[in-house]
Design a protein around this ligand. Structure first.
Ligand code: KG4
Ligand code: ZN
Length: 355
C-alpha cells in the first residue's frame, strides 16, 4: 500500500513528548511516526467529585504524576533518558497551571541532556493524531476537531497549513455531552455515559434544538443545555433517561456530521478526519461513515487512545516541526489561548521571544 505520509519528514531518532494541557498527564516516546509508548495518567476520578476540571487541583495532580509517567513511557519504549535525542511538549492552549508542569519538566529534561526542544500547539497535535494511524488521510483533508474544549472544522492543506472553516460560537461538543450528562444525573465525564445510556433509548422521543440554522459551518450548543434543563424540569420523574440521552446524542451528532461533510464538500476535500475525545463516540463515527460514504468522501478516525488527550499526538506534530528546523527557546511560555500555528519558525513560535 502507498504510504501517504512518505513526503513528510519526521524526526528520525528517539523523541520524548509530554502533554499536560488539561486533566491528563501523558508521555510518549516515538521514532519517526512509530509510537513506541504512550502513557496516560487520567485525573478523571479526582475531578468527578466536582463535576468538572478544577484547574488548581489539575496542576497539583500533574506535579505528582509527571515523573512516574515519563519513567513509564521510557520503560515501555525500552529506553533510558540518555537514548533521547529531542523533547517536545504542549505549550498552548490550555490551563496555564497544568500546561506549565509538563512544559517546565520537558524544558528541564532537554536542557539537562543538551537536546533540542519544541513547544507544540495542542490542536495541531489533535489534527495530526491521524499520522499515528496505519493509514493516515491524504492532504488536503478536512478535520473535525471535537473535544471537551474545542469544536472546529479545519482545512488541513498539509501539515503547518491550517484554515479554520467553522467553529462553535459557544460551548464545545464535549462540553455539551458533559453538561447534558450532569443534568441527566449520569456523572462526569459525560460523553461515554451518554453513549451508554443512549444505547437503549429512542433518539426521536424528545425534540431538542440543533443550534444555528441554514448553510453555516459553525456550531452552537449552549441552547441544547438549556433545553435539556427545561426537559428535566418539565418531565420530572416521568423522564426517560435513556430516551433523553439518545435525543441529546442525536442532536449533537447530527449537526457535527452534517456540517463536517458539507464543509468537506464546500472545500473540495475528498477526505475527512475526526479527532479529539468526542471522536470516540460510536454514533458520531457511524453517522459520519454513512454521510461521507454517500458523498464519496473517505473517512479517517484514529483509535480511541489517539482521540482523547495523549502525548503521542503531540510527539507526531513536534516531530515534524523539529525535522523542519523549528526550535523553541528556554523562555517559551504556557499560553491559555492561541490561534492555530503557522509554518515552522527557527525561534519556536508563539510563547517564546524571538532571537
Ligand atoms: O480530547 P479530550 O480528551 O480532552 C480535551 O481536549 O478536551 O476530550 C474530552 C471530551 C469530554 O468532553 C468527554 O465527555 C468527551 O471527550 N468524550 C466523549 C466520548 N468519550 C469522551 N463524548 C462522546 N462520546 C464518547 N464516547
Ligand atoms: Zn484535547
Amino acid at each position: 500500500m502507498e504510504d501517504l505520509t512518505s513526503p513528510l519528514r519526521f524526526w528520525e531518532d528517539p523523541l520524548l513528548a509530554i502533554e499536560s494541557s488539561c486533566d491528563e498527564t501523558s508521555a510518549s516516546v516515538l521514532v519517526c511516526r512509530r509510537i513506541l509508548s504512550n502513557v496516560v495518567a487520567s485525573q478523571v476520578d479526582l475531578h468527578a467529585q466536582w463535576g468538572g476540571v478544577v484547574p488548581e487541583a489539575a496542576a497539583r495532580a500533574h506535579i505528582e504524576a509527571i515523573v512516574p509517567v515519563v519513567d513509564r513511557a521510557l520503560t515501555d519504549a525500552g529506553m533510558q533518558a540518555r537514548d533521547l535525542t529531542a523533547v517536545v511538549a504542549t505549550n498552548r492552549p490550555g490551563l496555564v497551571g497544568a500546561l506549565s508542569v509538563g512544559l517546565t519538566y520537558a524544558k528541564g529534561v532537554a536542557f539537562a541532556l543538551h537536546l533540542p526542544f519544541v513547544g507544540v500547539h495542542h490542536l495541531e497535535g489533535h489534527i495530526l493524531s491521524t499520522l499515528g494511524c496505519p493509514e493516515p488521510p491524504p492532504f488536503p483533508h478536512l478535520c473535525l476537531v471535537v473535544s471537551g474544549g474545542h469544536t472546529e472544522l479545519v482545512l488541513v492543506g498539509q501539515p503547518f497549513s491550517y484554515r479554520l472553516v467553522g467553529q462553535t460560537l459557544d460551548d464545545a461538543a464535549g462540553e455539551a455531552f458533559d453538561k447534558g450528562a450532569r443534568l441527566l444525573g449520569l456523572g462526569y465525564p459525560g460523553g461515554r455515559a451518554i453513549q451508554e445510556a443512549a444505547a437503549s433509548g429512542d433518539p426521536n422521543r424528545y425534540p431538542l434544538p440543533r443550534g444555528l440554522s441554514g448553510d453555516t459551518t459553525d456550531f452552537s450548543f449552549s441552547g441544547l443545555k438549556t433545553a435539556v434543563l427545561r426537559l428535566v424540569q418539565r418531565e420530572g420523574t416521568a423522564l426517560s433517561v435513556p430516551d433523553a440521552a439518545a435525543s441529546l446524542q442525536e442532536a449533537i451528532v447530527s449537526v457535527l456530521a452534517e456540517r463536517a461533510v458539507r464543509a468537506a464538500e464546500d472545500q473540495g476535500a475528498r477526505a475527512l478526519s475526526v479527532v479529539g475525545g468526542v471522536a470516540a463516540n460510536r454514533a458520531l463515527r457511524e453517522r459520519l461513515l454513512a454521510l461521507s460514504g454517500r458523498r464519496g468522501i473517505a473517512l479517517f478516525v484514529p483509535p480511541p487512545e489517539l482521540c482523547t488527550d495523549n502525548a503521542a499526538m503531540i510527539g507526531l506534530a513536534g516531530s515534524l516541526r523539529l525535522a523542519a528546523g523549528e526550535r523553541s527557546r528556554w523562555d517559551l511560555d504556557a499560553l491559555p489561548n492561541a490561534d492555530l500555528p503557522g509554518p515552522p519558525s527557527p525561534s519556536g513560535g508563539p510563547g517564546g521571544t524571538s532571537v
